[in-house]
Design a protein around this ligand. Structure first.
Ligand code: GLC
Length: 742
């Protein structure tokens, strides 16, 4: 019998209960359990179930979007869309082993799972999710390297006219197989917990991603200045070294907004301490940096040095805040400080305490927090993490083993840091950067793809990571530009900087024992090009900020696979080395040394070469020129792209904004302006303009309207591309100052 409940339906067979809960018309949750009440979701899910109209007909539940047919004996499912097309079919459900097998039906590609060391399309591959500190495991592309720093148990099945997402809400180690074990089978399973997953359907993949981010939350609008260039190194060992970099950057005329301090700024790697011998007059140093336009971010790892008379350790021990071993003693592992203990972030009280510990740093003027080693890494074991039988205790006093918490540990830490910064400085949007993550961590933190090497293959591997992270709800992402481990070189750093120009997090970072790779390290030939691209990034700040805003509202990725907008074109399903930066700019990086041309696939429509403004017809492959100072870039006809006046850092709003209209069909765009730092936009303190260009015969009508003007709108200088000879332009504006340039 299918029984109606307040969340949807419940079906019971022997001692198994299948809960079917609706979260929207196209998002359905299936949970197999023993209890009659709907189990709580993990920390990843922020959405509540909804009351969706659905009728029961025999073995079927029918909504306006879906038909779900349930086999009452096996509890297996068939899911159809409203056109009667079969979307998803169970093959076997093994509740004992927490495993679901589905039939591979029509899917041409599988995507998602966040940061994976793989090509974008997961078809034929198998993965396991367990947050892992991976440095040095493997330097070249390898299908065996599947456990990475993050675990996002969400995947997408794709074809031209339909797509779906499955989010497996399970925090234990999970497995996904896309036709690897058996060609016609897709399966997912876990080492613990239950079979509890959400099925999201839409014809368009973009809507699936949108629904997934409604479920797990989208990124908050980030600070605009953190979209500027960021320079890091393990490490700038003392004040003089850091200041040298700060000064040199300005001398070299290379725009930069953010500098980092890695673990060396602490006393004996003790978190929430500052070594004031090496970094004398720390507060004054930070204020000097601030005056030069820099924001300082410092690293905080979860490992707390196990040392008596160290205030964090003493307080945590006294209040019983650390993870215990299976015998109930505080677990002592080993990280940078040597013997270390780990906060049990599962408890609200511990998260608050940890958040408050940031107070001193905030008072010193530190603007952002970098959470590293938060898988959590532990050098003591071959597993590289703390034992799976260590003990966490939640707010209700319920004991949970680490094997259940491991994958969400970093997310709880990021939440704690985010809330901590927000409490201490409510007027500014917090910036947190994390290495490890789970589904939903995008709500609190930007992410970098961890410890790569200074090799071309790792730059190449970062693109599928970005694309699949984006499809898994993560927009504020980037890789260590230049490569972290091993020695970089001028050409690699130049090409990686060109790629970094188009990643929301644009941070150059390198490891201790390798040569320096700041922008000026390899001679003027390279420095000049790196400067040029860093400046190009600053031209795109308003454009990027607008795409970030769209992402914060709709969950749409900033780095998008081509199929995000050209789903009907199967040729886009396996393109690993091109991506869309927002909807309008296609980026085609150079990923090998000595290469000065590359093949580019242009989807249907008209494209403009960004550099030459030449118009090119799409739906074909072309050969693009890419000498060292060029990364092939194409702009979609119909796009309106803003270009800022370049600044050394993002200090205040520019008075002038250049607008480039690339004439096409339906040429239209919106631009949003706010102070870039506070939450005032929530009180409606922002502006929004609409720019349209329509051509009637030989006249191009450009109209610009402020739909909202509660914040300063810069004067717009309008550049038109794609005009035919004899075309004339008529510009009309409303509440906006604008002027034609050509
Ligand atoms: C880890 C981080 C790296 C950092 C280093 C020292 O390897 O991933 O970015 O520089 O630790 O803190």
């Amino acid at each position: 019998m299918i029984k109606k409940t307040n969340y949807g339906f419940l079906i019971q067979n022997n001692n198994i209960v299948l809960h079917i809960a609706f979260y929207s018309h196209n998002t359905v949750r299936f949970v197999y359990d023993k209890s009659n009440s709907l189990p709580a979701s993990s920390f990843a899910v922020v959405k509540e179930f909804e009351n969706i109209e659905a009728v029961v007909k025999g073995n079927s539940i029918i909504t306006k979007e879906l038909e779900i047919v349930i086999d009452k004996n096996t509890m297996q499912l068939l899911i159809y869309n409203k056109n009667g097309e079969l979307l998803n079919k169970d093959k076997e459900i093994d509740l004992e082993n927490i495993k679901v097998d589905k039939e591979l039906l029509w899917e041409k590609g599988f995507y998602g799972l966040g940061e994976k060391y793989s090509w974008i399309n997961h078809l034929g591959a198998r993965y396991s999710n367990w947050n892992t500190d991976v440095l040095g495991v493997m330097s070249l592309h390898s299908t065996t390297l599947d456990e990475y720093h993050t675990s996002i148990p969400f995947y997408i099945g794709l074809d031209k006219d339909k797509s779906y997402g499955i989010y497996f809400d399970n925090t234990f180690r999970t497995y996904f197989d896309f036709g690897n074990e058996e060609r016609g089978k897709v399966s997912f399973g876990s080492e613990g917990g239950k079979v509890d997953y959400y099925f999201i359907y839409d014809e368009n993949v973009s809507q699936v991603v949108n629904a997934y981010t409604k479920l797990t939350g989208s990124m908050e609008l980030p600070r605009k200045d953190f979209l500027g260039f960021q320079q890091c190194r393990w490490g700038y060992e003392n004040r003089d070294k850091l200041m040298e970099v700060a000064l040199r950057m300005r001398e070299e005329d290379i725009p930069c907004d953010v500098l980092y301090l890695d673990i060396d700024y602490m006393v004996d790697y003790k978190v929430f301490t500052v070594d004031t011998e090496k970094f004398y007059e720390f507060k004054e140093m930070v204020s000097l940096l601030n005056n030069m336009g820099y924001k300082l971010v410092v690293i905080i790892d979860p490992g707390v040095k196990a040392e008596k008379d160290y205030f964090v350790y003493d307080e945590g021990i006294k209040k019983d805040y650390f993870i215990k071993d299976s015998k109930g003693e505080v677990y002592v592992g080993e990280v940078w400080p040597g013997a270390s203990v780990f906060p049990d972030f599962l408890k609200d009280e511990v998260r608050k305490w940890w958040g408050e510990l940031h107070k001193g740093l905030v008072e010193d003027g530190v603007e952002g927090i970098w959470n590293d080693m938060n898988e959590p890494a532990d050098f003591k074991h071959d597993s590289k993490t703390i034992p799976t039988d260590t003990i966490h205790i939640d707010d209700n006093g319920i004991i949970k083993e680490h094997k259940e918490i491991h994958n969400v540990y970093a997310m709880y830490e990021a939440c704690s840091a985010y809330e901590g910064l927000l409490n201490q400085r409510p007027e500014k949007r917090p910036f947190i950067l994390t290495r490890a993550a789970f589904a939903g961590t995008q709500r609190y933190s930007a992410l970098w793809t961890g410890d790569n090497h200074s090799i071309w293959e790792h730059m190449e591997a970062s693109i599928p990571m970005f694309i699949n992270l984006g499809l898994s709800g993560y927009s504020f992402i980037g890789s260590d530009v230049g490569g972290f481990a091993g020695n970089s070189n001028g050409e690699l750093l130049t090409r990686w900087t060109q790629l970094g120009t188009f990643t929301p997090l644009f941070r150059n970072h390198s490891a201790k024992d390798c040569i320096h790779q700041e922008p000026w390290c390899f001679g003027t030939k390279y420095t000049d090009i790196i400067r040029r691209f860093t400046k190009l990034r600053y031209k795109f700040i308003t454009y990027l900020y607008n795409v970030m805003r769209e992402s914060s509202l709709k969950g749409s990725p900033v780095i998008r696979p081509l199929f995000y907008h050209y789903q009907y074109d199967e040729k886009t399903y396996n393109i690993n080395d091109q991506f869309l930066f927002g909807k309008d700019i296609m980026v085609c990086p150079i990923l090998r040394p000595g290469i000065i041309k590359r093949m580019v696939y242009l989807p249907d429509g008209i494209w403009y070469n960004y550099w030459t403004k030449e118009k090119i017809n799409g739906n074909r492959y072309i050969i693009a020129d890419a000498p060292l100072d060029v990364i092939p870039l194409y702009v979609r006809a119909g796009a309106v792209i803003s270009e800022d006046e370049v600044q050394q850092f993002i200090k205040e709003d520019n008075d002038i904004l250049n607008i480039h209209i690339y004439i096409g069909e339906d040429t239209k765009a919106y631009f949003y302006f706010d102070d870039g730092i506070s939450f005032n936009y929530r009180q409606d303190i922002y502006s929004e303009i609409e720019i349209k260009a329509e051509k009637y015969e030989k006249v191009l009508n450009v109209s610009i309207t402020a739909n909202k003007d509660n914040y300063k709108i810069p004067k717009l200088l309008i550049n038109i591309h794609g005009l035919e000879e004899q075309d004339s332009i008529v510009l009309s504006t409303s509440n906006v100052k604008a002027q034609l340039v050509n």
